[in-house]
Write a protein that binds this ligand. Structure first.
Ligand code: BES
Ligand code: ZN
Ligand code: ZN
Length: 507
């Protein structure tokens, strides 16, 4: 559960919470606020540091129990590592670790002191680290082995600031960070949801709920159902959908700023929304299918990002497009060898029905171009090959516009949702040549992640485009400080940062 975050002018010594957090660095003296706490408790903190029981190492936590001198009964020493190495990511990690420590102790309220000079980005890192660390997906667990752990949740985080002026600016930063974290949490929830609870229809309903709830009128949601998809020629999407009982949906969320001018730039974000990927007639193995409820992570990221956009309202048109369907085998399923005509008119020979993501994206990218966008960015759990190449800590990026790729990579550094570029040389195009159609949907078995992008390039041609393969980054198998095991919600923070950077450029 996400804690309520309040900002107050105050003092750590007198604040009435169950725990106060004090930062400790490896290489510098105690912060003045911590020194005051130390004095009030008769030097408990300095004694502990002298004994070497806490070294200030990144993510090191020590909880002290206080008999007198403070209103709060606990102090949590939060290791931030070396001050010279302090980064937004170390703040996220350290806060995340200490908040879960306190949560697991059963602490319900905590306070942190924000010193003068703390930057907007640092405040946001603290809030994002807190909210994402405390995320849990427990909707389907009716009872817990450990009944107590069920009720453990940090309900309130109090951020203490020195004066009224800083309160105003911190408040603004906190609300933006909360929006970003909530967008990521929405993406995690949708991705974690099993396929029998989240169909393309459910995705469409969520999108229209987001538009109504968050947009304050600036977000518009349009859903294209099967009849319109047939009429408009979204045949590649329809082909993937034809083996399933579930209705396919093309979901469009459009954000326009209040004072949008003719010349306002448009960015289109496209998400792969396969709510379950069995492989179709090119059926996956049992173990290969096990995590395939996650195959709509790109769609979840686009939805989560559009929710954030509706709240922070950049001065830029942003369109979110989601191509949603199941990929199932049945008597009506698409066959290997079939040929379909995509939205833009190009024909595709389908040689493997498990390479379905690129088919639904082919239609969505073709449609994206009709908005005459400044940039198109697609996110997709497209290939197992990208997981082999890069693992799970980074996503692969490829595209036709180096400036756009560089902007995304920069946003990836800031948000720590990192990107690694793979080449998209023309040399890779040959492997996709079909004998009977314009292009085939698989390559020669080498460079799988690039072959996927090389296929998409055919459909994105004509506007600046980048493709982000999140097959690895969308899921966390081990869990770290603020990425618990399961869906990571990767991309919401990245895309929001990218849009905010573009917005800053237009002002
Ligand atoms: N959804 C999968 C990709 C995937 C694999 C995502 C593992 C997450 C984890 C995609 O639709 C797929 O099956 N791709 C095939 C492409 C191949 C048939 C050319 C793959 O990667 O094996
Ligand atoms: Zn597949
Ligand atoms: Zn897939």
């Amino acid at each position: 559960m996400s804690p309520k975050i309040d900002i107050q002018v105050g003092d750590l010594r007198t604040v009435e919470v169950e725990a106060i957090c004090c930062p400790v660095f490896e290489d510098v003296e105690l912060q003045s606020s911590t020194q005051l706490v130390d004095q009030a408790t008769g030097g408990q903190i300095s004694r502990l540091l002298e004994l070497g029981d806490h070294k200030g190492k990144l993510k090191q936590n020590t909880v002290l129990y206080v008999a007198e001198g403070l209103k709060a009964p606990r102090i949590c020493l939060v290791g931030l590592g070396k001050m010279e190495k302090l980064s937004l990511e170390s703040i996220r990690q350290a806060t995340a670790k200490s908040m879960t420590t306190l949560r697991d102790l059963g602490v319900k309220s905590a306070a942190c002191w924000l010193p003068d000079g703390v930057t907007t980005e640092q405040v946001q890192a603290l809030v994002v680290g807190t909210k994402l660390a405390l995320y849990q997906f427990k909707q389907h667990q009716t009872s817990s082995d450990d009944e107590q752990s069920e009720s453990k949740s940090l309900e309130e985080l109090l951020l203490l600031v020195p004066d009224k002026n800083s309160k105003v600016s911190v408040e603004r930063s906190v609300r933006i960070a909360e929006a970003i974290a909530d967008g990521t949490i929405l993406a995690r929830d949708l991705t974690n949801q099993p396929a029998n609870y989240l169909t393309p229809t459910d995705l469409a309903e969520t999108a229209s709920r987001v538009a109504q709830a968050e947009g304050n009128g600036c977000l518009d949601c349009q859903i294209y159902n099967r009849p319109e998809l047939i009429e408009k020629g979204f045949n590649a999407l329809l082909g993937v959908a034809q083996g399933s009982q579930e209705e396919p949906k093309l979901i469009q969320l459009s954000y326009r700023p209040d004072n949008a001018a003719e010349s306002t730039d448009t960015v289109v974000l496209v998400g792969k929304g396969i709510t379950f990927d069995s492989g179709g007639l090119s059926l996956k193995s049992g173990s290969g299918m096990m995590s395939m409820k996650d195959d709509m992570a790109g769609a979840a990221t686009v939805l989560g990002t559009m929710q954030v956009i509706g709240k922070i309202r950049p001065n830029l048109n942003v369109i979110g497009l989601i191509a949603a369907t199941e990929n199932m085998p049945s008597g009506t399923a698409q066959r290997p060898g079939d040929v379909v005509k995509s939205y833009g008119g190009k024909t595709i020979e389908i040689l493997n029905t498990d390479a379905e993501g690129r088919l639904v994206l082919a239609d969505a990218l073709g449609y994206a171009k009709t908005f005459n966008p400044k940039a198109v960015v697609d996110l997709a759990t497209l290939t197992g090959a990208v997981v082999t190449a890069l693992g799970r800590c980074v996503a692969g990026i490829m595209g036709t516009d180096q400036e756009l790729i560089d902007q995304l990579k920069a946003a990836g550094q800031t948000s720590h949702e990192r990107l690694w570029q793979l080449p998209l040389f023309d040399d890779y195009d040959d492997a996709l040549k079909s004998d009977i159609a314009d292009v085939k949907n698989i390559g020669d078995g080498t460079a799988g992640a690039i072959a996927g992008a090389a296929f998409l390039k055919h459909f994105a041609q004509g506007c600046p485009w980048a493709h982000i393969d999140i097959a690895g980054a969308s899921e966390y198998l081990k869990g770290n400080a603020y990425l618990p095991k399961g869906a990571s919600g990767y991309g919401v923070r990245l895309l929001t940062q990218f849009i905010r950077d573009l917005d800053a450029k237009t002002i």
